[in-house]
Design a protein around this ligand. Structure first.
Ligand code: CTP
Ligand code: MG
Length: 431
């Protein structure tokens, strides 16, 4: 059902960071927790809260992907969702989102996509506090550890932890207060509360939630994955409906809370919440060059002419790398092994494949299998095919790799023995 929605609340979900500390090979918000991304999980919490305009701030090259996640999470509220490209800093990203807030909105919440498992109750507490106090509100958790003042390798004092709180998001503000504070902000602030406080406004503290932790490091990602494994997002196709601020629902039950209808199409038989496997495709071409030794399919081929290339020219290995990265949605070989990684300049297949395996694992996948075909006049693969399969498989942590080879009846550049071409497909399964 479509209805005209005029929310008085907007939630900016900032998801434009690169996730440097996570090091998962993709912008953090687009790394998978299960079959869904961090962003999609964050949006689940947002849409389970009160009716609100939702502005997702995404990296410029991920706007389309973010829109897909946002629309899926929004259900009936699709017309309240927009995605805008972010900036170089979190502060710039928030400013970009702020410019998209609808005219009638009175309260703006700013939320880190990286706090993907934040319970909807935290949103409610923040909104209540902004309504009550008229300024802004920040969810905080008590600091558990004893905090020391440290200078170099010396403890120089103790900080009274009863006066400390660890700030989380969503942080909520009266819209005019936040807009004015951003307009006059001078310098970079670590969060919106600091920026608004600097502008001279008082802020309320409300109770945070341990589940609102920020996914920052690989250990945080593991923890989040373990938590969602116990409570996955139901498949699309639930009853939809709007959850009101007081927790009551209209037009059916809450979209995520309701018992899910069967997922349509070929995925219908899938276990609810399980991620489907993903396939990827990769090809590569290298020309024969003068001098050197041939490296192909992870093997050295004495007596055969070498292939030209940035590394050892192993077109088979490079096609496999591209197929794996494509399956994981992590870009291609140029994204990860460009000239900024000189350690791969002369590297062989084992180094490329091991690093690719690490990247796809970090994104939550395991290699199901890989099939690669090489089209080449030479070398003759028949005698060494099993050896090549074993070498490639070893580099991928033991995943099955099949290698086949063919000639092209004398046609084309491979037929004229000017170079080789390889085609690979890869299947990834949820790790
Ligand atoms: N963020 C953003 N735009 C930026 C930087 C950060 O929208 N230019 C968002 C992130 O996507 C994240 C939130 O701000 O949801 C908190 O930032 P952080 O946890 O630091 O994420 P990243 O900056 O992506 O991670 P890192 O600092 O490790 O690179
Ligand atoms: Mg950051």
């Amino acid at each position: 059902m479509t209805e005209v929605l005029a929310p008085r609340i907007a939630v900016l979900v900032v998801a434009a960071g690169s996730g440097t500390r996570l090091g998962a090979g993709a912008p953090k918000a687009f790394v998978g927790l299960d079959r869904h991304t961090i962003l999609r999980h964050a949006l689940r919490g947002v849409f389970a809260g009160p009716l609100a305009q939702v502005v997702v701030v995404a990296p410029a090259d991920r706007v389309g992907e973010a829109l897909t996640d946002a629309r899926e999470a929004a259900g009936d509220r699709e017309q309240l969702v927009s995605v805008v490209p972010g900036g170089a800093t979190r502060q710039e990203s928030v400013a970009a989102g702020l410019r998209r807030v609808l005219p009638g909105v009175e309260i703006v919440l700013v939320h880190d996509a990286a706090r993907a498992l934040t319970p909807p109750a935290v949103f409610d507490r923040v909104i209540d506090a902004v309504d009550r106090t008229g300024w802004g509100a920040v969810p905080v958790l008590p600091v558990i550890d004893t905090i020391k003042r440290v200078e170099g390798d010396r403890i120089t004092g103790v900080v009274d932890r009863s006066q400390l709180g660890a700030a989380q998001t969503p942080q909520g503000f009266r819209r005019d207060v936040l807009v004015a504070a951003y307009a006059t902000a001078d310098g970079e602030f670590t969060d919106d509360a600091a920026l608004v406080a600097e502008a001279g406004h008082p802020l309320a503290a409300v109770q945070g939630d341990p589940l609102a932790f920020k996914i920052t490091t690989p250990a945080d990602l593991e923890r989040a994955r373990a938590l969602v494994a116990d409570s996955p997002i139901p498949p699309v196709g639930g009853s939809g409906g709007i959850v009101m601020a007081d927790g009551a629902t209209v037009d059916g039950a809450g979209a995520e809370a309701a018992a899910p209808a069967a997922e349509p199409g070929p995925a219908a038989g899938r276990r609810p919440g399980s991620r489907p496997p993903r396939v990827g495709l990769g090809t590569d071409v290298h020309a024969f060059s003068d001098g050197g030794t041939l490296w192909l399919a992870g093997l050295e081929w004495p007596g055969e002419p070498a292939l030209a290339g940035h590394s050892d020219g192993d077109a088979v290995a490079h096609a496999v790398v591209d197929a794996l990265l494509s399956a994981a949605g992590l870009g291609d070989i140029g994204t990860h092994f460009g000239t900024d990684r000189p350690e791969f300049a002369g590297a062989h297949a084992d180094a490329f494949l091991a690093e690719t395996d690490r990247l796809v694992r970090a994104a939550g996948w395991a290699v199901g299998n890989v099939a690669v075909q090489v089209q080449a006049q030479r070398p003759r693969f028949a005698a060494r095919r099993a050896e090549a399969e074993a070498a490639l498989s070893r580099a991928l942590g033991g995943a099955p790799v099949s290698v086949s080879a063919t000639t092209t009846d004398g046609l084309g550049f491979t037929g004229r023995a000017e170079g080789v071409q390889a085609f690979a497909v890869a299947l990834l399964v949820p790790a």
